[in-house]
Design a protein around this ligand. Structure first.
Ligand SMILES: NC(=O)c1ccc[n+]([C@@H]2O[C@H](COP(=O)([O-])OP(=O)(O)OC[C@H]3O[C@@H](n4cnc5c(N)ncnc54)[C@H](OP(=O)(O)O)[C@@H]3O)[C@@H](O)[C@H]2O)c1
Length: 196
């Protein structure tokens, strides 16, 4: 919703760098982004986030309280785990949580045990997951919308290209080591992919 105080984790990644620009430039939200390291934080400030939290060197809870003393209207979750828990703790009345991914949990042996899900009841918050492949019937409309926003300059896709198909495994590993900025791609031809 227009004016929402939004928090976005994984803000420098493929999904995050698109979501931050769409939320800020198209939906008029105020986006606090989280990313790992000063370079990524500088990047997200250029791509839709008004403020940044470096979750690798800063205390997330303290920074959320500083930056959003009145709480969160909307949390877009790419990472799950402790970050999700910290955001649930700071939800405002009638807020929303979007479950896109939980990358901090993919390599854990045991799943993270969320201790404060009852915050959803107390704040009458709606938490909803989505999976892109369940929405393929909307593909054409989404492509039209994205193309329109790219053409009018409100959305700038960012790609991080690994050169050569043989580097596909490294491209995948980059996601887990936090080495990518924007959409991690692997170019067969060794050239950036064209946006049409
Ligand atoms: N629901 C769906 O349909 C759907 C579709 C596509 C992707 N996803 C999910 O959306 C999320 C983002 O996907 P993406 O493809 O755009 O990947 P991405 O964000 O480009 O890459 C992953 C980023 O996550 C961060 N990260 C890695 N390990 C982390 C950890 N332990 N804690 C916090 N952050 C960590 C790293 O950034 P930092 O350097 O900032 O840590 C890394 O660059 C993933 O969870 C993915 O599974 C969901």
């Amino acid at each position: 919703r227009k004016g929402d105080r939004m928090v976005l984790s994984g803000a420098a990644g493929g999904v995050g760098s698109m979501v931050s620009q769409m939320a800020s430039n198209i939906m008029d939200c105020d986006v606090v982004g989280m990313a790992g390291g000063p370079e990524k934080c500088a990047f997200i400030l250029q791509h839709g986030c008004s403020r940044a939290i470096d979750y690798k060197s800063e205390n997330i809870e303290q920074r959320l309280d500083e930056l959003l003393p009145d709480g969160i209207d909307l949390y877009f979750d790419n990472v799950g785990g402790e970050t999700l828990e910290a955001c649930l703790e700071r939800l405002r009345l009638h807020s929303r949580v979007i479950l896109c991914g939980s990358i901090s949990e993919y390599t854990r042996k045991d799943p993270f045990a969320l201790s404060n899900y009852t915050r959803l009841r107390a704040t009458e918050t709606r938490m909803q997951g989505f999976f892109v492949y369940n929405h393929l019937q909307n593909w054409e409309k989404v492509m039209d919308d994205l193309a329109g926003w790219i053409h009018d300059g409100r959305l700038k896709p960012v790609q991080d290209i690994e050169d050569g198909f043989q580097n596909m495994p490294r491209a995948l590993a980059n996601l887990y080591y936090g080495r990518n900025v924007g959409v991690q791609c692997c170019s067969v031809r060794g050239e950036p992919l064209e946006w049409k």
